[in-house]
Design a protein around this ligand. Structure first.
Ligand code: HEC
Length: 162
């Protein structure tokens, strides 16, 4: 094989390789292009990896329209407030009955207390109360709570123990 023949063969080979490269690039785009361009759906991913449960403190979900639900919301507002205060301040002792605290929802533990009258319970919750079972700190130890919030929490606890 002389130089001229070799050059012809060699440039032919190079040309074939270039053609093959182009074909492969086009093929790769056709096969894989779809997936490469797809932007990952972050919302779907977040949905898939979200925790099993979420803690919800206070604030019921917004009512879904209609005059009737507005009235229902107005009625629920007091209980929501009470529940929120209870969850953040009072539950520390009253959920498990720590240090002699009457347990939340325990009708027997609350019966005699409710019999004293809600006004007395409001007073004891706001000012504190030393009873036979233990010491109820003023406002559950959260002095920054407005009296109304403490009352709402008492009302909430009482309503669940009747
Ligand atoms: C540090 C623990 C603790 C926290 C926090 C706490 N309590 Fe109490 N609470 C007690 C104990 C103990 C008693 C029982 C006192 C007794 O009768 O001997 C009690 C009793 C009560 C009573 C009944 C009082 C009565 O006259 O029988 C009410 C009402 C009450 N708590 C409301 C609340 C509210 C509302 C909150 C939150 C703002 C709260 N408590 C937070 C410990 C706690």
């Amino acid at each position: 094989m002389n130089d001229r023949e070799f050059l012809k063969l060699f440039s032919g080979l190079i040309g074939a390789l270039v053609a093959l490269t182009i074909v492969l690039v086009i093929l790769a785009n056709v096969v894989g292009g779809k997936h490469v361009k797809e932007v990952p759906d972050t919302k779907a991913v977040a949905e898939r990896i979200k925790p099993i449960g979420e803690v919800n403190i206070g604030q019921a979900p917004a009512p879904s329209g209609g005059g009737l639900s507005v009235i229902a919301t107005a009625n629920a507002a007091g209980e929501d407030k009470g529940k929120a205060v209870y969850d953040t301040t009072c539950a520390a002792c009253h959920a498990m009955g720590v240090a002699g605290a009457p347990k939340f929802g325990d009708k027997a533990a609350w019966k005699d207390r409710i019999a004293k009258g809600v006004a007395t319970l409001h007073d004891h919750a706001i000012k504190g109360f030393q009873g036979k079972a233990g010491f109820m700190p003023p406002k559950g130890g959260n002095a920054s709570l407005p009296d109304a919030d403490v009352k709402a929490a008492v009302d909430y606890m009482v309503s669940k123990a009747k």
